[in-house]
Design a protein around this ligand. Structure first.
Ligand code: BES
Ligand code: MN
Ligand code: MN
Length: 462
């Protein structure tokens, strides 16, 4: 691609201000108080796509937040790349742990980002990464170098499980027809160790409720004589892992894909420092399933984690009470071949089975999705690999990620195409945490690498 580096250099200040403006809008999809801001963000994305040269840009309404769609079709005989991303963000809580306000972006340098990083909610997940694609398109259209057709589909409900995107995809198969799906909503190993994500975990997310007596009781008058729902819930949760940290739900591991010794050896070659990992998290030891390394535990193995637990009195001071109810939110990260609906049922049955007498149990499934793996022997992966080779000067490492983008497996099912996960974030970028940030280097490198993907994908499609 001609002059891409020069183009980025000349436009860097504008690329940064535009992203910063987008990050100022608090598009928190989980919190209905931010509804107007989420809608405002969809409009802003629409305008940015129009400015970048997309035709037919529309804000497509759904039963929830809209999906922004745009396309640039230059020749129906050329391949079509479908870009997916999301403009919604996670809630910023706990807000007091932010060093600067989450929706007032600032650039500061860090150890991992000596060239500076933009601190704001959504900087990395996913506004910054989504916007790289808009700017890459701008470069290609304004310099007459777009080598193929492109479609954009940017949703506003990813962080709440994409409840309406599936319907949109099913109803618009012709419109969304493509040869490859390109997504930047994952990470890479380090700025000098480029990698391409080749797998995502599935997810089953449930909420459980344990009910004991019909009202909160005096813990002196009744304590010891009735089941305390919090005591029961914590005991039940503790029993979900055995002493080797295997999950005890019968049938949970039935379809788990076991990697071959060679595949595991291949994985172990990716650069990783356990010491640096522990240091970054300020922990003195890692913890997890016996027989697996840290990188295996967080990518190719399924997990079960409590995300929140509450009940009883949590206000100031003490209140002697046996609560009537206790609650927890539990997520299970799944690996390919584990079906999330089956796992949700296995969990529900097991959780009911292990409940002692004296309490009743309610399990409410929230959302979920299947895991995903991309083979590396397809032209999509190869095009991405060549693009990174050009911009980083190194062959990227294929790496399976522990995170989930549940809609990706549905794309494969409904649109019959593979998704290529070109993520430019780092694990240390604190997505979903306070002080989320995205490296300026990563942002610009993404803008530089994406057009090369288009170029190589078009060439390899011939
Ligand atoms: N972009 C993330 C997923 C991700 C991050 C995958 C880093 C791989 C590496 C996405 O926005 C996300 O947060 N997904 C949720 C699932 C969703 C159903 C709420 C997740 O993984 O918890
Ligand atoms: Mn994301
Ligand atoms: Mn996210």
């Amino acid at each position: 691609m001609e002059n891409i580096q020069l183009y980025i250099k000349e436009n860097k200040p504008r690329f940064l201000t535009e992203l910063i403006d987008l990050l100022k809008i608090p598009s928190i999809s989980a919190d209905s108080a931010y509804k107007d801001d989420v809608l405002k963000t969809a409009e802003a994305v629409k305008i940015s796509l129009e400015k970048a040269g997309c035709d037919q840009v529309e804000v497509c309404n759904t039963d929830g937040y809209p999906i922004v769609y745009g396309e640039k079709i230059i020749d129906p005989n050329l391949p079509t790349v479908l870009v997916y991303g999301h403009y919604d963000v996670q809630p910023p809580d706990p807000i007091n742990l932010w060093n600067s306000p989450p929706f007032e972006p600032i650039i500061k340098s860090t150890d991992a980002h000596p060239e500076g990083a933009i601190f704001a909610r959504g900087a990395c997940d996913d506004k910054g990464q989504m916007y790289m694609h808009v700017k890459a398109l701008e470069f290609m259209t304004s310099t007459n170098q777009l080598p193929c057709n492109v479609k954009f589909m940017i949703e506003g409900e990813e962080e709440v499980g994409s409840p309406n995107l599936a319907i949109f995809v099913k109803n618009n198969q012709e419109k969304l027809k493509n040869d490859v799906i390109l997504i930047s909503d994952t990470g890479m190993i380090a700025n000098d160790v480029p990698s391409i994500t080749t797998g995502l975990r599935g997810l089953s997310y449930v909420e459980v409720e344990v009910t004991g007596p019909n009202r909160d009781l005096h813990s002196g008058l009744y304590g010891g004589a009735v089941a305390n729902p919090i005591n029961v819930l914590t005991k039940m949760i503790a029993s979900l892992h055995d002493e080797n940290n295997h999950i005890t739900i019968p049938g949970f591991y039935d379809n788990v894909e076991e990697l071959s010794t060679e595949e595991r050896a291949q994985m172990a070659k990716a650069p990783f420092s356990l010491e640096a990992y522990k240091k970054a998290l300020n922990i003195n030891a890692v913890y997890g399933e016996a027989g697996y390394t840290t990188n295996e535990r967080n990518s190719i193995r399924p997990t079960l984690d409590v995300n929140g637990i509450w009940g009883g009195y949590t206000g100031e001071g003490a209140k002697t009470v046996i609560p009537s109810k206790a609650f927890a939110k539990i997520s299970m990260r799944l690996v390919p071949h584990q079906d999330w609906e089956t796992i949700t049922e296995l969990f529900t049955t097991h959780f009911n089975n292990i409940a002692p007498e004296g309490v009743s149990i309610k399990v409410t499934p929230h959302h979920g999705g299947q895991g995903y793996v991309t083979p590396i022997d397809n032209i999509g992966y190869q095009a991405a690999s060549k693009a990174y080779q050009d911009t980083f000067g190194k062959t990227p490492i294929p790496q399976r990620s522990g995170g989930s983008i549940p809609i990706v497996s549905l794309f494969e099912q409904e649109l019959n195409s593979k998704s290529i996960l070109m993520g430019f974030g780092l694990d240390s970028d604190a997505i979903h945490s306070p002080n989320e940030h995205f490296g300026v280097f990563n942002y610009l490198k993404g803008i530089e690498t994406i057009p090369l993907f288009y170029k190589y994908f078009t060439e390899l499609s011939k």
